[in-house]
Design a binder for this molecule. Sequence first.
Ligand SMILES: N[C@@H](CCC(=O)N[C@@H](CS)C(=O)NCC(=O)O)C(=O)O
Length: 201
Amino acid sequence: MKLYYSPQSRAVRPRWMLEEIGAPYELARVQLGTDTKTPAYLKINPNGTVPTLVDGDLTLFESAAICQYLADRFPDKRLAPPLGTPARGLYYQWIHYAMSGLEPPLVTIFLHTINKPEAERIPVLVTEARAQLQTVLGVVEQAVLGRTFILGDQLTTADVMVGSTLVWAQMMSLLSDERPATSAYLARLASRPAFQRAMSD
Ligand SMILES: N[C@@H](CCC(=O)N[C@@H](CS)C(=O)NCC(=O)O)C(=O)O
């Protein structure tokens, strides 16, 4: 397997999965905006983004899809609950929530406070995104309260998706002390050797 990767990007998610799984893989480091826009790279990922996973004849983009695929490809690692169970339903819910609940306000805040040139930043979008983020973080806080992982005692891909997205919130100092269960949850995830290897550079 080959993972096209750039540090501090969404490619950390499948890298964390691969480290949890312990399967051999090749890490192909690419420079965003240059390597990812070459015709050769656009052939495997027409978006010109990371991550991309190549596994034999299969080429996948979209971080959540790659993580779900990896969980299914290595079922003995128990990174996905059994199909058709209530836990599997909650697993899907939290993976989608990471992508469509947590990610969008964090991306807006990142773009309009850090990434874009000052002249292009739109403060009202940041105000709206901060409010939206508080609601979403409140939902996560309740979900992890009294639990080791988001589904219970077992780490799953849902934790990789939610946890890796919460890292962005932490990096932007958006996780306040008012979310003690979330902070403790993230600290638990961050103490895992696989997480540390995935975030090492
Ligand atoms: N929805 C995609 C988004 C991928 C994405 O936008 N990746 C960013 C890095 S986090 C990227 O490659 N940006 C470079 C660019 O857009 O040129 C996923 O989750 O994989």
